[in-house]
Design a protein. Structure first.
Length: 148
């Protein structure tokens, strides 16, 4: 399902077999559920996500560009070589997420990304991979991302 004009998309569930919408900056997703997204399903993500959940997804070399996530839940997500530029995460939770290098050795990056009131549990990755500028990483033993 592709939309050409900016839209508010509410209460949709996207299981692995569902055709995904365009994640362009003009769309707002509210109360949506994304499950089992594969690395080829979402390469560029620029949209706004409000009260959404992501479960069992794999984001390989995905580009998150100025995306906004408000009160979103991320469960068992593999971020592999993903790039987060100018994103905002507000009151989000991360459970059993992995921030790993790509197959080519490229780490996840978080240039100018801000985290406000986010929590994590059981997240993994290396300190070299999870470089969040100005923010304590979930791997440093903190239970919350803190804006410095």
């Amino acid at each position: 399902m592709l939309w050409a004009e900016p839209m508010l998309i509410e209460r949709f569930e996207y299981p692995p077999s569902q055709t995904l919408p365009d994640f362009s900056e003009d769309h707002v997703f509210r109360y949506c559920k994304f499950e089992g997204l594969k690395d080829s399903d979402a390469r560029q993500i620029d949209a706004t996500f409000l009260y959404c959940s992501f479960r069992e997804c794999h984001f390989y070399w995905a580009l998150f560009n100025a995306a906004l996530f408000f009160q979103c839940k991320f469960e068992n997500i593999l971020f592999q070589g993903a790039s987060f530029a100018d994103c905002r995460f507000i009151d989000c939770s991360f459970v059993a997420c992995k921030f790993l290098e790509s197959n080519m050795g490229g780490p996840c990056t978080f240039e100018d990304t801000k985290w406000y009131g986010c929590t994590q549990s059981d997240c993994t990755g290396s300190e070299e991979t999870l470089v969040i500028q100005g923010v304590h990483s979930c791997l440093a033993g903190f239970s919350m991302f803190l804006l410095c």
